[in-house]
Design a protein around this ligand. Structure first.
Ligand SMILES: NC(=O)c1ccc[n+]([C@@H]2O[C@H](COP(=O)([O-])OP(=O)(O)OC[C@H]3O[C@@H](n4cnc5c(N)ncnc54)[C@H](OP(=O)(O)O)[C@@H]3O)[C@@H](O)[C@H]2O)c1
Length: 251
C-alpha cells in the first residue's frame, strides 16, 4: 500500500487535534497513549496504550508495524518519550516531526520568575505561609513535601489513589481545556497567592496564567527541558503539509 504509515504519540490537546486532522485526511495512523490516566479521551484513530519499552522497544514497534512517519505530539515535559523517539527514528530511518507549541512568555506586568526545575521552584516559595496553586499534575508532588507551611491547590485528571503528601491541600478533579472564567473563580475561591506551573505553552492550560495575571498572583514558571535538535511544526496543518511533501517525493 502507498502513502505514509504514521505513529502519533499523544497525551495532549494538540495531539487530539492532530488525530482529528489525520482522520479527516484519511491517512493511516495509530494513536499512542502512555496510559497515565484512567479513561483517556477516545480518538478517531486506532489507539494503543502503554510504554514501548525504551528506545529498543519503540524501534521494534516501528519496524514491526511498518511505520514510515512518527509525529511526536507529547507534552513538552515528556522529555524521555521525545528523546526515545529521536533515537528510535534515527536507528530505523523513520521520519520524525514534533508538533510543538510555542512556550508561554512573561508579559510586562507579570510577577513571573523562571526556574530550570521543579526543585528550584519549590525552594523559591516564601518562608511565610502562602496559598499555592501547584499546577504540575500528579507526578513530582513529593518535591514540595518539605514545604508544609503552605496550602496547596492541586488539579488532577483522576482522583489520587494515595494520600497527598501535604498537611493542608485541596484537590480539584478536572481535565482541560480550561476557561479563564473557571480559573479566575478557582484562584479566587482558594485565595491563591502563588502559581507553580510548567511552561507547557498552548491554549488548553493557559487560562490559569491569564487568571494569575488578572489577580496579581506570583507566577513560578518551570521552563522546558532541553531536547536534541529535531524537525518541528507548530500546527497540525504544517504536519500534514510535511507528510504530503514526503509522500510526493516517495519518502
Ligand atoms: N509531563 C507532563 O507534564 C505531562 C502533562 C500532560 C500530559 N502528559 C502526557 O502524559 C504522558 C506521559 O508523560 P511523561 O511526562 O510521564 O512522559 P516521559 O517521562 O517522557 O515518558 C516516560 C515513559 O512513558 C512512556 N510514554 C510516554 N508517552 C508515551 C506515549 N504517548 N505513548 C506510549 N508511551 C509513552 C514511555 O515508556 P517506554 O520507555 O516504555 O516506551 C516513556 O519512556 C505523555 O503522553 C504526555 O504527553 C505529560
Amino acid at each position: 500500500m502507498h502513502g505514509p504509515i504514521i505513529l502519533l504519540l499523544g497525551g495532549t490537546g494538540e495531539a487530539s487535534q492532530m488525530a482529528r486532522a489525520l482522520a479527516e485526511s484519511g491517512l493511516r495512523a495509530v494513536f499512542s497513549y502512555a496510559g497515565r490516566t484512567a479513561a483517556p479521551r477516545p480518538q478517531p484513530l486506532p489507539t494503543r496504550i502503554g510504554g514501548f519499552g525504551g528506545v529498543a522497544g519503540l524501534a521494534d514497534y516501528l519496524r514491526a508495524h511498518g511505520i514510515t512517519h512518527l509525529i511526536d505530539a507529547t507534552h513538552p515535559f515528556a522529555a524521555q518519550m521525545s528523546r526515545n523517539a529521536i533515537e528510535a527514528c534515527a536507528a530505523t530511518g523513520v521520519k520524525l516531526i514534533a508538533l510543538e507549541r510555542p512556550a508561554w512568555q512573561a508579559e510586562h506586568s507579570d510577577d513571573w520568575q523562571s526556574f530550570v526545575s521543579l526543585e528550584e521552584a519549590a525552594a523559591a516559595l516564601p518562608e511565610r505561609p502562602a496559598r499555592v496553586f501547584l499546577a504540575i499534575g500528579k507526578q513530582n508532588l513529593d518535591l514540595f513535601a518539605a514545604r508544609q507551611d503552605h496550602f496547596y491547590l492541586l488539579r488532577l485528571v483522576d482522583a489520587p489513589v494515595a494520600p497527598l503528601p501535604f498537611r493542608d491541600a485541596a484537590c480539584v478533579i478536572d481535565r482541560g481545556p480550561f476557561s479563564l472564567e473557571n480559573d479566575l473563580a478557582l484562584l479566587r475561591a482558594h485565595r491563591i497567592t502563588h502559581l507553580v506551573a510548567k511552561n507547557a505553552g498552548g491554549i488548553g492550560a493557559a487560562a490559569k496564567l491569564a487568571a494569575a495575571r488578572a489577580l496579581g498572583v506570583k507566577i513560578l514558571m518551570v521552563e522546558r527541558p532541553a531536547l536534541p535538535a529535531r524537525r518541528i511544526a507548530q500546527s497540525p496543518e504544517a504536519v500534514l503539509a510535511w507528510l504530503a511533501h514526503g509522500a510526493e517525493r516517495g519518502v
